[in-house]
Design a protein around this ligand. Structure first.
Ligand SMILES: C[S@@+](CC[C@H](N)C(=O)[O-])C[C@H]1O[C@@H](n2cnc3c(N)ncnc32)[C@H](O)[C@@H]1O
Length: 201
């Protein structure tokens, strides 16, 4: 794991935390619902951010929600009353999860692996902590396959990383495969730029 890069991205999210909820409006509540209808049992939410998913947690789940940004977590803490399921919030890096193998029935992340410094390492950790019979559910924006838009995203990416810490040109489906998560289905949501990825460890 690249500790310097991890610290840099963490600082960007600490800086972004105060206005993150304005940017977050780009993610449709309908997509969040699709994600959370897949979750059951002991759930790990990776990169909980400011808690935008809290209203969508199914009431019969027990959720552990982690983030490496203390400021994002502080904002999430203020919204805990919106969750209908019991939630434990923890400061933790997905690249080095402090949970035994097979601890969770479902692992969920929404718009997280665009920012994780080493996404394949993070996804390998997700696979490790997910029960062999469990499910991994990701909502991610990815690099466009369009001949013009893809290169434009590559061009703009350094600026976006510098401003908010997120990459707009990640190939997350490929990263999921590299982490040896077995993909069950991929649904295109906004054109082909936002994807719902459902997999098994
Ligand atoms: C774009 S925000 C998404 C927040 C939330 N999931 C949502 O849907 O609104 C990405 C979040 O992932 C967190 N994150 C990025 N890299 C992480 C890592 N290595 N470990 C834990 N959290 C991380 C950031 O701090 C940030 O809160």
């Amino acid at each position: 794991m690249d500790r310097n890069l991890t610290e840099t991205i963490k600082k960007r999210y600490n800086r972004t935390a105060i206005f993150y909820d304005f940017m977050d409006r780009m993610i449709s509540p309908r997509w969040r619902k699709l994600v959370w209808q897949e979750a059951h049992g002991r759930v790990l939410e990776v990169g909980v951010g400011t808690g935008a998913n809290f209203p969508f947690y199914p009431p019969d789940c027990q959720v552990t929600a982690i983030d490496f940004s203390s400021r994002m977590l502080a904002r999430a803490r203020q919204k805990l009353h919106l969750a209908r399921a019991p939630v434990t919030l923890l400061e933790m890096d997905v690249q080095q999860l402090d949970f035994p193998a097979a601890s969770f029935d479902t692992v969920v992340a929404t718009c997280v692996f665009c920012s994780v410094p080493d996404p394949v390492l993070g996804l390998q950790e997700v696979r490790r902590v997910c029960h062999p019979e469990g499910k991994i559910v990701l909502l991610e924006h990815v690099r466009s396959e369009n001949m013009l838009l893809g290169p434009l995203m590559d061009f703009l990416n350094p600026l976006v990383v510098c401003l908010i810490g997120s990459n707009i040109n990640r190939r997350t489906v490929e990263n999921v495969k590299k982490a040896e998560i077995k993909i069950e289905r991929v649904e295109d949501l906004a054109g082909k730029i936002v994807k719902l990825i459902v997999g098994r460890p």
